[in-house]
Design a protein around this ligand. Sequence first.
Ligand code: PMP
Length: 380
Amino acid sequence: SKHRPWNFSAGPSVLPEAVLEQAAAEMLDWHGSGMSVMEMSHRGPEFTQICDEAESDLRQLLGVGDEFAVLFMQGGATAENAIVPMNLIGRSTQKHADYVLTGSWSTKSFKEAAKYGDVTVAASNDAVFDDQAQTYGPLTWVPDVSQWRVRSTAAYLHLCSNETIGGVEFIAWPDARQMNAMGAPDVPLVVDASSHFLSRPMDFSRVGMLYAGAQKNAGPAGVTVVIIRRDLIGHALPVCPSAFDYSNVAKEQSKFNTPPTYAIYIAGLVFKWLLRQGGLSVIEKANITKSDALYGFFDQSQFYRAPVHPSVRSRMNVPFTLVDSSLDQAFLDGARAAGLNQLKGHKSVGGMRASIYNAMPLEGVMALIDYLQWFEREHG
Ligand code: PMP
């Protein structure tokens, strides 16, 4: 059968076809209820079941226990840039919070937080990095943890674990030993994991809070997943809107006000799809295979370049350039004709970007590599 075009959008992005088919089949009548999920009361038994299962499936996937609250919120990761400091910065009497800057999303988080307290930069990749073999431009590498400067008084240390635009991914974030070595034994990590959430198992041992807009790997736009250690809840600044106070949302199990019910339902179907695949270790292997194939291709080519340092190349968002950028438009037009969509890089950086989230099969990545080879032969 003819498949749909391969969709390399950074988000909203490709979803598993099995999930879309199930949603279509259940559109008019969910499980004999006589209602679409869109038509259900958020406090009725049907939606309560959907929401509870989504939460427990997500906990199972990530291996997070009851010491964390799992919340489904609205406003996207952008709103979290304000909601995080409004809820957490008050834990520090001086309203200190520290930020690691590795690209556009972490920089946005930092700028927003400055409205609510005294924020500083713990580390930044805004310079050229020389690793002996090669030099790497700003925003294409991650400063070594030994160089981070974190205040022991900070309410939290924020990082973006996958920069969607720059394609820089933290393969790991600091563990307890490294946080102690920084002189920050009690500073919890706050992680914006939006664009690689559920792409791999994640270490929650030093995480105070992790958040992700769903519209990349977890579902449709409209729901933001927030996972927060319960002991960090309850310090909201007076200015914090009640609907964004984690203590209200946690107390009401994401139903303090009407949650984005349909988005939660679809995300729940994605969680079940991931469990059927075998969970996050299995999906991680597939993601390594896909991204290795693509980066491996770029590394042997003189025609294309992948600018990110090999140690932190994102498995989800793969930026690349054509060495001769005058061919960019021909490249994109040809890609579209070949059924390869949304390869244009973010407007702020130009070039190309292939986002290869969980729901992008290896077959789609191989189709992209075939096209890359063909285009190089035609124009190289
Ligand atoms: N953080 C990251 C890492 C992102 O990729 C995005 C969206 N591309 C955002 C934050 C902002 O998310 P939203 O547009 O849902 O507010």
